[in-house]
Design a protein. Sequence first.
Length: 399
Amino acid sequence: MANWHRLRKRVHLLCFAIFLALPFLNVVRFDIPRERFYFAGQELWIGEFVVVFFTLMFLLFLVIAFSVFYGRVYCGYLCPQMIFSEASVALESRLRKFCMRRGYGPAARAAFYVILAAASVFLAFVFIAYFVPPRDLIHRLLSLDVRTAGGIAGATVTVLTFLDFSLVRQRFCTAACPYGYLQGMLGDRHTLLVHYRDPEHACIECKKCVRVCPMGIDIRQSPFQIECIHCAECIDACDEILARLKKPGLIHYVWGEHGPVAAGHRQPWDAKRVIVLLVLLFYAGGLTFALATRHPLLVRISPDREKLYRIGADGRIYNRFRYSLANRGSSPAAVAFSARDLPGAQISAPAVSLASGQSARGEFDISIPPGHTALVTHFTIDAGGESVPMTFLAPSEKP
Ligand code: SF4
Ligand code: SF4
């Protein structure tokens, strides 16, 4: 007899640890002030369209694939809203019992609010750390900052968290969360469901499955109720009650309303599943390729054509160029410029040092000796491991 409740609580604990770790280890974090997106430890710049595109599409199709295959298991096992809602309900109930036993009944509510207030500050801190550097956030928290945008956001999220987990809780899932409605569109006849099956009329009407349901529904009425989060609490309850009568439980995870029971059977496959998996693999492959071929040093060089060329006092012919550099890597970098395939070229740009995350812009001249007669010469500028094709303009006649 499976114990889904125990498994779910273990998964909740793991998810909580991951929720805490992700922003601090830069596994997934969107740094709004610095306009950076962190994924799997890589610092991505918002301008890195290809990597950001593949990352977002991969995450989107991961959610879609999960919904097609496993229905709303995400809601019951992985969703932070559900995890913290259940934790707050459990905390309130335990405090009430604890205080009642000692004759301090009214103190239970006050104790609950105090603990929830502290937890709200902590959760809001972790949540905002997904968007603001954690070190910066600690300073704002310690200085009780409620004037800057970050401070106001932190205070607002703290209040919303407190109200959410004291008043709203699982009502959010049916009233506001779009995922449940999305699931209705993504699921099909083979998607995982929690289903009541009683062909032999063995139900003893104990209603324990209804009493344990965190969403307050009766799974016996339909497996397609929008409130059902596939948490399997009703499966455990029915298994336990009927086991006392030496009968099997009547509620199961199944592969679709008319499909086999999930335990011991594989999910039936169809074209839709193959396509979803192929699309997911495509985006995973694209993301891997984009990350593997990504240059940590961004080099952009363009000619300044406000003036096509300039003849210097020394008689040399000068062209001006603009550069834009960005060090997207985790270690410092130095960029030196050189010109190739341009006879006699001299370059006026000094080497540029860039700390991790730093950008720089500037200009430099390239000059060639007098006597050059070609109007346009194609050549290459080498900088920071990049080779940039460029053109050099000169008067068509001898200067
Ligand atoms: S727990 Fe099982 S036996 Fe009891 S009411 Fe629910 S389905 Fe029927
Ligand atoms: S009906 Fe069962 S699976 Fe659905 S939410 Fe209630 S307890 Fe969880």
